[in-house]
Design a binder for this molecule. Sequence first.
Ligand code: F0G
Length: 455
Amino acid sequence: MKTIIEPFRIKSVEPIRVTTKEERGTLIQNAGYNLFNLHSDDVMIDLLTDSGTSAMSAAQWSGIMQGDESYAGSPSFYRFERAVKDLMPFKHVIPTHQGRAAEKILFTIAAGSGTKVPSNTHFDTTRANVEMAGAEPVDLVIAEGKQPESEHPFKGNMDLEALDTLLTAERERIPIVMLTITNNTGGGQPVSMENMRGVREICSRHKVPLFFDACRFAENAYLIKTREPGYAETSVPEIVREIFSLADGMTMSAKKDAFVNIGGWLALNDDDWAEQARNMLILTEGFPTYGGLAGRDLEAIAIGLQEIVDEDYLRYRMASMQYLGNALTQMGVPIVKPVGGHAVYIDARSLLPHIPPLSYPGQSLAVALYEEGGIRACEIGTVMFGKQADGSEKAAPLDLVRLAVPRRVYTQSHVDYVIECVENLVARKDELPGYRIEWQPRFLRHFTARFTQER
Ligand code: F0G
């Protein structure tokens, strides 16, 4: 069969409020042309993030009712721990309310003032938590990972030579090495098993612990299965176990590849670090058998972890990303290639060459997508990264717009609608205006800044 169906049917639905173009024009203007300021019931297709936006299954919802809310020793914790260890056999599993809480605990313990933490590419919260600990985040993704046009199948790979050189020169300053799977900031690009083994070998040789930021581990595993020679016949759970056998620990946002709306964990083998982590957990999150979560959340994660490694689901997930990416490519819209695991990234700077980077082509495209069809996407470019520490402004390396697809939420006709909206926009792309920032906060300006149109 050529048609790959959604391998689920719908039992419970949420209405989408249909708005007109005129209404949306007013709504986005009142929001200061910032999509984060919109009320989400004014959005028709919400592609702002794939995080915490999954649809849970009937099994997960029934798991919610099984949640045991005991303060200590809840059976829900042990079911959660067993489900994590089944795929990621680390000695200690410490639940947190989401991924960044696990990062905060890890870097407070592992990194300190004057240290450096290399990764392929740190995600924003990881970078911020490394910096909060007084350490310096270092991104060492391969050169192809920064080239939107490159069709390299594993653009999330770490530059092994650069990692080895850094560790040879500055081993005493590097307490831990991270690897983000898939590499979200680089376009949702996977890391190959071969590269992971290379990173492991270098870390072992220099005696540095290796941790995975593993939010989208199942998508990465499926892309290994379909893109890396030798894995076609290996099951996804086996690939997942092989991946985690290479690490000393992991941080996880269960809001991605565990199909839940809140949750995360820190898992690791080192007893001493685990004890320190649990001490911090009690201060900031909660008792070690619930962390920052309710027992019912732990049940939903345990079930979600079994569902996410289902190959029928992953085949459909990757096919639907490909479908969107191929349609955009066919109409000549430049995207980050090849299509990654959870999102399609439009290269707005190339699509809108009449808008210079400091007039925010990504913002312009994101606003236009909302006005045209009520679609909410996320600028990942000069608005997000352009403000320098000294307050000056510089073009980001790329101006992208991320269409992140929530898991099991939208059907093919929703995707067709998105494609048609982009098509309409492309026809009048030369008319799209640049933007100027009218007001911005000191940090993380993309969340709250207000804009005006340049024309
Ligand atoms: N690491 C990666 C690679 C992520 O993509 C995220 C979140 C986190 C860590 C933090 O996890 O949100 O549970 O605290 N990414 C979301 C996104 C927010 O939209 O890409 P969290």
